[in-house]
Every structure is written in C-alpha cells, then in structure tokens.
Design a protein around this ligand. Structure first.
Ligand code: BGC
Length: 736
C-alpha cells in the first residue's frame, strides 16, 4: 500500500520542504482552502428537486473564483464535475499561479458515480467486503475518468438508531463488520497506488461519533463514554487508517461538549498520535462556521483558529482559514508551524496522487468511454442481488413458481426509478435505472398487472380500488413498499419507523383479497413493521439497490439467485425501542416475566429482526461446536450443513461474550464471519481463529486489557441463534 504511509517517503517530504520554503502565507492558507462551486445562474433548485433531471444541470452557470486560483489562494474544489471543466481549472493553477501547485478535486462519490450501486447499508448486508471493494473500485474508475481525484467516502459511522437517516450511508451497527467494509472500500477507491489515474483518494468520515446523535436527529449532540467511543465508533476509522486512507473528514456533531471539528483529543491525540494517520483532515461542509453556532467559537476567525489547532487541515467552503489565519499568524496568536504542518499534509496527498507530475489525469474521451460500462452494470446487478435479505418465506412461496399466470405488482415504489438510487446518487441518472416492475416484466412469461396503489407518503386517504381490482385477478400480489430516496440520508431523520403514508392501509386491503402476499421493502433504514412481518406471506428487504434494482429483485423473486443477505442493522419492533442493537450490556434486570425488569409494558423488548438475520431458499444446520485454546490463539469450529434442496450461501457468524469483567461487557460481540456456498446435503467445517488480544476491552482507565476467566462463544446464523459453548483463559496463558 503506497497511500499515506505510516513511514513517510523521504523524497516526497523533501519536495514538500522545498515548496514550503517558497510559499507565501497566502499560498499556504490557499492549500488549506476548499471552495465549493457557487451557482450564479438563475437555476431553479426547487424545480430540480421536484424533477431531478440531470439535463437541467447543464444550464447552471458556476462561479469558481478563478482569480483565487491564480493567486494560489485555493487548494481544492468540491462539486466540480467533468474532465473538461476540471482540466480547465487545473490548467489555471498549473500555468497561471506562481508555484503551479495542482488543485485537488473532490466529490461525494458514495455508492457509484454514473453506475449507481446499492446504498452502502445494503451492500453491508451482503457480508461480502470484497464485493464492496469492487463497487468502490468501479466508482473510482468512473469518477477518476471524469477528472476527479478524491471522494468523500467511505462513510464509516456506526449507526445504532434507525431514526437517523444517514444510517443508509454506512455499514450498520457493528464495529467488526463496519471495519471490514471500511477497509474494503478504502482499498477499492484507492487501489494499491494512489498515483494510478483510475483510482481516487478516499476519505473516512464523519470523524467521530456522528451516528450517536441523540434521539436519532441529524446533527444532534453526542454524549458517550470514551470506552464506547474506542470500542464501537473508532474501530472502522482505525481500519480505514490501517488500509491506508488518504484523508479524513471531521463531523458536524459535538462530542461530550466539544465539537468534533475542533476536538484536539480526537483529531490529534487519537487520530495522529494513537492511530498514526499521516494524511489530511478536511472539515465537513461549513462545520468550521458552525463552531460559532455550537457556541464554541466567537466568530469565523476564532472558529478557524480552533479547527486548525485541533487538527482540521482543510476548510470545506467557509473560507474561515482564508480570512482569519493570516492575521492570526501575523499577530503571533497562531504559530506558523501549525499552518506549515497542515500544508505539509495536504501537499503530501497531492504528491502521492501524482498530481505534480500528472495534473490532468483524464480527458473527455476517457470520461465517456468509462461510464456505465457493461461490466460495471453486471457488478451492479451482482451487488444488488447479494444485498437483498429474505426476512420471511411462509410455505416456501418464494421463489415464485412457474405455474403462476398473473402477478399483480402493486405499490408506490414498484415503478419508481428515482427512488431506487437512494441518497447521494446525484451523479447518476434515474433514467438509467431499471425499476422493480420492469425487472419483473423482463424476467417472467406470466402476465404482469400493475397499479401504484398509493403515493409513498400521502397525507390524505387514497382510493385503493385499482390496486384491489388487479389483486383480485392475480395469482399472487407482489407489493413494493417503503421509503422514497429522500426519506433517508442527510438531514432525513424520521420520528416514525413504519411504512409512510397509506402504505400499510393498502397492504391491509390487499391482504383482505386472500391472495398470497409478497412484500418487497425498498428503504434506506431498518423499518419497524410488525404488521407486515406478521401478515405478509413472504418479505424481502431490498433497500435501495441502484441502477440494477429491477433485475436483481427479479433474480431473487424467480429463483435465479438464492438470497444470502443478512441484516447489518437491527430492525426494531417499534420506534420506542430505538436505539436498539444486539451488542448491548445485560443490565441488572434483563427483561423477564417479573414486573421489575428492563422491559416495556406495551410491547416486546426484542427486535422485529435481529442483527445478522436473513433466510435462504434452502436451510442450514449447525452441529459439533468445538473450542480449543492454546498459548497463541483460540480455535472455534463447527459443522454447517445445507439441509435443504437448493444450493445456497450462508453467512456463518461468530459471537463472543465476557460474562464477568471489571467493566460490564456486551451480551455478545461479533468476532468473525464467513460466507460459504454449500450444495444440497453438503457439510463444511467452518473454523475461526482468534488471538487472545481480540478478547479485550477498554477498562475504567481507558487501558486496553484482556482479563482472564470464562468466555462464552456462539456460532450461528444470526446474533440471536446459534450453538453455544464456553472456554477459559488463565492468567498464565495470557502472560504467555
Ligand atoms: C455531508 C458530507 C459531505 C459534504 C460534501 C456534507 O453536508 O455531511 O458527508 O461529504 O456535505 O458534500
């Protein structure tokens, strides 16, 4: 891995020294300044949001402050698209600025550039980090061909609260699974060599604790024990550093009273001191300006000083550094070394990207030849079908049988191309998406009847008669329900977690026809849908699957693909349970029949579907769990057998618990997983090896410790089921 190394490259450091010695203060601050293209034309955003037609974007007039480039007063742009435009601006920097330092162009390429893949939460449900590596690599290829150098991804925030809309952008609730996906996506975006023009610099965001927003409300304050920070929220960021991530983004939230964009403890002590990160940190959009709103800085200048001194190297869009830092340095309030160090980090990434030697990494021809390639779409379909989670399948109603003559496809999301793309998909076009209805029609010879039935989120009662009529004519009803693309993602927290609008009422009407009811959910977060779980004959969670949603759903519906996804986040039974996650402590009074226990009086304490849950068209049995402990490791083995009649994949999950410790520990923690393919009747011995150090935790003094004693272990199909055993680790064994 050649990306921001733990060991610096002396030639690059020498080049940086040489440049730094020639730079004026304004040029230095320029490297720390990222501008967003501002819109100067009469572009109607409201109309665009109503009808997000990419054609409309062509008419936008943008102002790039080109005079700033000539002055060397800008180091980066956010939001510029297209190789021609990027090269045009780059040329100004190279040819018309005094030192010719290249610009770095960044954009939110989150789950695809033109080829839109499933939302990240969906991809995590495949439990196949390698697949996420591939989709990130394709996203990088397309975006790099469009002239970009840098993506603001992966988003590696742990999310335990489904109300938080940004749960869609990450890998769910678990630090172990999240770390595997964080590392895979960094590798995918960056490849082995940042200088390779088919890759991008990645950005681990939002550092840190952003997903812990109180009440699931975006941007809300975060309070958490530092042990929780270290054990739950930090590991995916640490994995990203380990994988060589080039940049980090600070977050919007405050953490225990200190905004994460001005938090020296997290940005410097942990990130650079403990994790050894050598790339640069960019603020989130306007998060430096918001230090004033938080009540942490008096004005923009104060905000800039606090952010820079804490360890935020680049200011995204507020121009706080540009307008505040020179004066602070000149008056001696800010040491020049702080500025120099930040500039060094930014230049280091530019050198690693090879921008000094090859500032124009693509052109328009390369750009158009690289988008939406057939092989990219093929992976998009593969990633999409592997993200689908089968939650229920009564009497094996799925896959749909060949003797079915008429299928009624009903629901507001059945034919909604735009909603299949999910949040952060503005670089793609819904015009290239295949809807679920289109996918079904293309895959079957049965007659397909269609009615949208209702709107996604209507506030008034609606007439269900068209849907009712076709349901009555059909052999099976396939109802496609869920959330619109804009109901998850940034600033899209929800108070309720049920199906919005009249959707559940429509499902009740469809159920009343007595026809078999297959419900396909399309949404960006776990939903609390107990009525649906109880009344649907089959239930598929398909998330927002991207351009190939239709073919992927059809593959699963008709059995061309046997579903293998498992939930990466717990599905609550009711919104009142949130935040809900499997790796919680036991409490002194776990829920039970006794009145004075940790329970609700009006509903269950258990989730609708636990973390790790997902069915297959075949069945698996676990047997012969065996644990062996020696001085070097713990070996855990079990036999997994495909007991059904179809080939299928199972995600074998390994959980551990430390039942007696000096700090209360979670009831279970994921420590390993393997996805295996088994033919009918086939048995495979699945083996996990754990080091002793993987049994540890942060004690009351925040020291990482492994305590001797008893450990429980489970191997099974999800976080709530599995074979259970135990083992002991003695003090002598730990001391080796
Ligand atoms: C988001 C970031 C994103 C940035 C730039 C912010 O509002 O929080 O995730 O990268 O905008 O678009």
């Amino acid at each position: 891995m050649t990306t921001p190394p733990k060991h610096l490259q002396p030639e690059i450091e020498a080049k940086i020294d040489a440049l730094l010695s020639q730079m004026t203060l304004l040029e230095k601050v320029g490297q720390l300044t990222q501008l967003g293209a501002s819109i100067v034309g009469g572009f109607d955003f409201t109309a665009f949001m109503e009808n997000p037609d990419p054609e409309l974007l062509k008419d936008i007039q943008r102002d790039f402050h080109e005079d700033w480039i000539k002055e060397g007063a800008v180091g980066s742009y956010l939001g510029v698209q297209g190789a021609d435009e990027i090269n045009r601006l780059q040329k100004i920097a190279i040819e018309e600025s005094r030192l010719g330092i290249p610009l770095i162009f960044g954009l939110d390429v989150i789950h695809g550039y033109r080829t839109i893949f499933p939302i990240p939460l969906a991809e995590a449900c495949s439990w196949e980090p390698e697949l996420a590596r591939q989709t990130a690599e394709i996203a990088a290829r397309e975006a790099a061909a469009a002239g970009l150098h840098w993506t603001f991804a992966p988003m590696v925030d742990i999310a335990r609260d489904a109300r938080w809309g940004r749960i869609a952008e990450g890998s769910g609730e678990d630090p172990f699974l999240g770390s595997a996906f964080a590392a895979a996506r960094v590798r995918g975006f960056q490849g082995d060599n940042l200088a390779d023009p088919q890759h991008l610099a990645a950005c681990a965001k939002h550092y840190i604790g952003y997903g812990g927003a109180l009440a699931g409300r975006d941007y809300n304050t975060v309070e958490m024990a530092l042990q929780t920070l270290y054990e739950i929220y930090l590991p995916p960021f640490a994995a990203a550093v380990e994988a060589g991530v080039a940049t980090f983004m600070s977050a919007f939230n405050d953490l225990n009273g200190v905004p994460t964009t001005a938090n020296r403890f997290t940005l410097t002590d942990i990130l650079r001191g403990q994790l050894g990160f050598r790339g640069f940190v960019v603020s989130d959009s306007n998060s430096i300006g918001e230090l004033v709103t938080h009540g942490y800085a008096a004005d923009r200048k104060d905000a800039g000083q606090k952010a820079l001194q804490a360890g935020v190297d680049m200011d995204m869009v507020t121009e706080s550094y540009r307008w505040g830092i020179p004066e602070l340095v000149e008056t001696g309030e800010l040491p020049l070394e702080v500025v120099d160090e930040a500039v060094r980090r930014v230049l280091r990434v530019k050198f690693l990207l090879g921008l000094f030697d090859h500032p124009y990494r693509s052109d328009a021809k390369m750009e158009s030849a690289t988008q939406l390639r057939a092989d990219h779409l093929e992976i998009a379909r593969e990633a999409a079908r592997r993200a689908i989670v089968l939650l229920k399948n009564e009497q094996g109603i799925l896959p749909l049988k060949e003797n079915i003559q008429k299928i009624a496809v009903i629901g507001p999301l059945a034919d909604s191309a735009f909603d299949m793309l999910g949040s952060w998909s503005f670089t793609g076009s819904y015009k290239n998406a295949v809807t679920i209805l289109a996918g079904i029609k293309a895959a079957t010879e049965a007659e397909v009847l269609y009615a949208s039935g209702c709107e996604t989120n209507a506030q008034q009662p609606e007439d269900f008669s068209a849907a009712w009529e076709i349901a009555n004519q059909a052999d099976v009803v396939v109802a496609v329900m869920g959330e619109s693309a804009r109901m998850s993602g940034e600033a899209a927290s929800r108070l309720e977690l049920g199906l919005p609008g009249n959707q559940e009422a429509l499902l009740k009407a469809l159920k009343a026809t007595g026809k078999p009811l297959v419900v396909i959910l399309s949404n960006g977060r776990p939903l609390a849908v107990p009525w649906v779980a109880q009344n649907a004959d089959a239930l598929l969670e398909t998330w927002q699957l991207g351009l190939q949603a239709g073919p992927a759903v059809a593959d699963v519906l008709f059995g061309a693909y046997n579903p293998s996804g498992k939930l990466a986040a717990t599905f609550p039974y009711a919104v009142g349970q949130t935040p809900i996650y499997y790796n919680h402590p036991n409490t002194g009074r776990p829920a039970g029949d006794f009145w004075f226990t940790s329970k609700y009086i009006d509903g269950p304490v258990t989730p609708l579907y636990p973390f790790g849950f997902g069915l297959s068209y075949t069945t698996f049995a676990y047997a012969d769990l065996d644990v062996e402990v020696d001085a070097a490791k713990i070996t855990i083995r079990a036999n997994v057998t495909n007991t059904g009649g179809l080939s299928g994949e199972e995600v074998v999950q390994l959980y551990l618990a430390d039942p007696v410790a000096s700090r209360v520990r979670p009831v279970k923690e994921l420590k390993g997983f393997q996805k295996i393919l088994l033919a009918p009747g086939e048995t495979r011995k699945v083996t996990f090896e754990l080091t002793h150090s993987s049994l540890g935790f942060y004690d009351a003094e925040l020291r990482y410790v492994v305590e001797p004693g008893q450990f429980k272990v489970w191997m099974g199909p999800n976080s709530a089921e599995g074979l259970e055993s135990e083992f002991w680790i003695s003090r002598e064994l730990l001391l080796g």
